[in-house]
Ligand binder design. Structure first.
Ligand code: PLP
Length: 377
């Protein structure tokens, strides 16, 4: 199998699986229990929290485990709107956010909020000026992702934060950094984000575990789950100890020569652009700075057919976001591309393990697909 869909999810290294297995079978204590295996697990959960917080560049007490990136995004939006409920009921976001943000914003609309969805330009870019121009005195929250999961564009979160401060806005700033964590150098403070979401399964960790950074301007964050008081009372529920162990192990592994890994991914992306550019009717859409995501269109060839054809040869790529399950992607739609270009959009995404030989094989399969199949009329 040739796996070129690292933005959808990533393989779990053996060392991560081993760390999780040990916790599941031997170190299975509940961190709330008062006897040694419980106390030991409590100590370990805090150690794992510190490893992840160090990699993100925040204090461990600012990092709260969630069940996934989707949960972190949902929580960030409701927590910020709750804190700023007296400021107003307006949210600024973009039309190219992940559904985890967009659907929660739509839910907020049903609760009486007004949401401004900013449109990107032809290349998928959103400017800080655009965001700041949409902010009003009653804006409670600005939520803009750090890296777009379909295009690889990097959005100017730091500039947005500085602009909000300069305007004297009381709006809180959330960024979905699920595709940015350990792909770009940043810290929540360097971005100026009040809330920031990450997820383990995009960096070699298990699915079903993420974290939300909650910064100092969040004075009294609204708890997500009430109950036994875990996660400093903000997200109750027995800690997913094995998932957290796997998350921390994945972070540790990823941090080993991280600059080398990022350089490798960027070189693979550049090589893929070079190879794919030789395929007739292929247009490169990505010009974003994320090292691991490349969007292209085989203009006139429907993307689902491409994905199926390559899939049958053991090559895994995606037709836009894996979360859309065959439906046209809202991100691609927002670019207003010509119909034949939009319908041919595929996403390739890379990991530290991706090789040039895999890119060559994918380019060959795309070329054959182009030469053998009839294009859409
Ligand atoms: N945000 C972005 C940008 C993503 O790419 C994803 C996953 O595809 C998510 C949020 C959701 O993360 P999770 O799958 O952990 O719920």
């Amino acid at each position: 199998m040739i796996y070129l869909d690292y933005a959808a999810t990533t393989p779990v290294p053996q060392a991560v699986a081993d760390a999780m297995y040990t916790v599941l079978t031997e170190q299975f204590g509940n961190p709330s229990s008062q006897y040694p295996i419980g106390l030991e697990m409590k100590r370990r959960v805090e150690e794992w929290r510190r490893i992840i917080a160090d990699a993100l560049g925040c204090a461990p007490k600012q990092l709260f485990f969630t069940s996934c990136g989707t949960e972190g995004d949902n929580w960030a939006i409701t927590a910020a709107c709750w804190q700023n409920r007296r400021i107003g009921r307006h949210i600024v976001t973009t039309a190219v956010e992940h559904s985890a943000v967009l659907e929660q914003c739509r839910w907020m609309e049903r609760q009486g909020y007004e949401v401004t969805y900013l449109a990107p330009d032809r290349w998928g870019d959103i400017t800080a000026e655009q965001v700041l121009a949409a902010v009003r005195p009653d804006t409670a929250l600005v939520s803009v992702m750090l890296v777009n999961n379909e295009l690889g564009n990097v959005y100017p979160i730091g500039d947005i934060a500085r602009g909000l401060a300069a305007q004297g806005s009381q709006a809180l700033l959330h960024t979905d950094a699920v595709q940015g964590f350990l792909k770009l150098p940043f810290t929540p403070a360097s971005l100026g984000a009040d809330l920031l979401t990450i997820s383990a399964h995009k960096i070699g960790g298990p699915k079903g575990i993420g974290a939300l950074y909650i910064g100092p301007r969040m004075k009294a964050p609204r708890p997500l789950l009430a109950g036994g008081g875990q996660e400093s009372g903000l997200r109750s529920g027995t800690e997913a100890t094995a998932q957290i162990a796997g998350f921390a192990k994945a972070v540790e592994l990823r941090m080993e020569d991280l600059p080398g890994k990022l350089q490798h991914m960027a070189q693979i992306k550049a090589y893929a652009v070079e190879r794919f550019s030789q395929i007739p009717d292929l247009e490169v859409l990505s010009h974003g700075a994320a090292p691991h995501i490349l969007a292209v269109s085989l203009v006139g060839w429907p993307s689902q057919n491409i994905v199926n054809d390559l899939g049958s040869q053991g090559i895994c790529i995606s037709a836009g976001s894996a979360c859309h399950q065959g439906r046209p992607s809202h991100v691609v739609a927002s670019l207003h591309l010509p119909k034949r270009t939009a319908s041919g959009v595929i996403r390739l995404s890379f990991g530290p393990e991706t090789t040039r030989a895999e890119i060559d094989a994918c380019a060959g399969a795309l070329r054959r697909h182009h030469d053998q199949r009839l294009p859409m009329l």
